[in-house]
Design a protein around this ligand. Structure first.
Ligand SMILES: Nc1ncnc2c1ncn2[C@@H]1O[C@H](COP(=O)(O)OP(=O)(O)OP(=O)(O)O)[C@@H](O)[C@H]1O
Ligand SMILES: [Mg+2]
Length: 381
């Protein structure tokens, strides 16, 4: 509950002594906004350093009730310490410090319970260089920021790990070859160089994927739209698999006509298809069925789109993992790759204004379905 206990003249000076704040009085923001509705903690102290406003978010963050905080000296209601354990109010001395000071920039401070909070403060003076009339403190929980920091740290650790294993093999084989070149037969040398070559490819691919991820995460993934025949694109991928030794009857492509003309980035659509087909072949089993159908556009206001469903007859994705398949580095089995494929697929589909879902195919395996809006440029509309 927030409270105010003083009234001020239009020029900002006090017209009467501050009465003890009463529980239940409202602070007037002039906008009809109750401080309890503010998402951040708000604590206001009067010219004597006593708390006159302690909103609901402040009570939640400090675990101190407004009733206990109101009327207390600021340093008691909000016993903040910096990371070296120094008392913050003594250190900054809002009422006695430099008269030109009007604010404290954002700081990471600690509450006695050890909880971290982001704090910034403003000193309101009735006139420039005059005494401090109000100290307004805002408090923000650091939990969400900590979580993103942790996820960045984890990302770096995982990336380092993923890069290290192929590089270890590149380094190991090249060092061995250089040191003992004459001792190996041509076939042995060829085998080692082939491994080095494959591992170098893996590093290159991983770096390309990481660049895609950073573009997706920062919203900089560029989509260069042009007409795309998605059925023909799927057909090309299937041909490539068959040429590489997969039996032709492993794939079933069904295209429902007529399809709306689709405008999309052909390279990116290829990336999506190649990831989904690779997953179906590598993680799934049996026949891989690809259905291309017209559908309602995922975008509001657009009527048509194109859906592509890739399903297989393998073990599928366990129900409890379905909401994790699109997160980066998640892989379900030992056979998995780096676990970036589906994260990038989702990023590309969404950059096109589309949607992607995962489910269970009627025949038992995994079923991935993405829908892209027609995406025709405005001049064709
Ligand atoms: N068709 C499928 N059937 C069963 N499991 C699948 C299928 N597709 C994906 N998965 C599971 O989802 C996980 C994540 O897939 P994703 O494509 O993101 O990564 P990956 O294939 O392991 O590696 P990458 O694609 O980066 O080389 C896989 O490791 C696999 O366990
Ligand atoms: Mg994959």
């Amino acid at each position: 509950m927030s409270v105010v206990g003083t009234s001020t003249a239009p020029d900002g000076r006090d017209v009467r002594r501050t009465p003890a704040p009463r529980h239940g009085d409202r602070i007037e923001t002039g906008l009809g906004i109750d401080p309890d509705q503010l998402p951040d903690g708000l604590v206001v102290a009067d010219e004597h350093g006593r708390v006159i406003c302690f909103n609901a978010a402040a009570a939640r963050i400090t675990a101190l009730s407004a009733a206990d905080a109101l009327g207390q000296p600021l340093e008691k209601a909000l016993p903040l310490e910096d990371l070296e354990g120094r008392r913050w109010w003594q250190l900054t001395d809002p009422y006695g410090g430099l008269a030109i000071r009007v604010r404290q920039p954002e700081r990471n401070l600690l509450l006695p319970c050890g909880r971290e909070v982001l704090v910034c403060a403003r000193y309101v003076r009735t006139e420039p260089l005059g005494p401090v009339h109000r100290v307004i403190v805002s408090l923000r929980d650091t939990e969400a920021r900590r979580r993103t920091e942790r996820s960045h740290a984890e990302l770096i650790a995982t990336v380092a790990h993923e890069l290290r294993s192929p590089l270890t093999s590149v380094k190991g084989f090249t060092a061995t070859l250089l040191a003992k070149w004459a001792r190996f037969t041509d076939d042995q040398k060829r085998l080692m160089l082939e491994t080095v070559d494959a591992d170098a490819d893996r590093v290159t691919r991983l770096i390309a994927e990481l660049l895609d991820i950073s573009r997706i995460d920062s919203g900089r993934l560029e989509v260069r739209r042009q007409p795309v025949d998605i059925g023909a694109a799927v057909g090309r991928h299937i041909q490539a698999y068959v040429a590489a030794g997969q039996p032709a009857d492993r794939f079933l492509l069904r295209i429902e006509q007529p399809l709306p003309a689709l405008w999309a980035d052909p390279d990116k659509v290829d990336q999506v298809l190649s990831n989904l087909l690779e997953n179906a072949v590598r993680h799934g089993e049996g026949t891989v069925t690809i259905d291309v159908t017209p559908s309602a556009s995922p975008r509001e206001g657009e009527e048509t789109g194109t859906s592509v469903t890739v399903s297989d007859e393998g073990p599928g994705i366990p129900e409890e993992s379905m909401n994790r398949v699109f997160t980066r580095f998640w892989r379900g089995s030992k056979r998995g790759g780096t676990g970036l494929g589906l994260y990038i697929v989702k990023g590309i589909v969404e950059a096109h204004g589309g949607t992607i879902t995962v489910g269970r195919a009627s025949v038992g395996g995994a079923e991935f379905r993405f829908t892209l809006p027609v995406g025709a440029p405005a001049y064709l509309a």
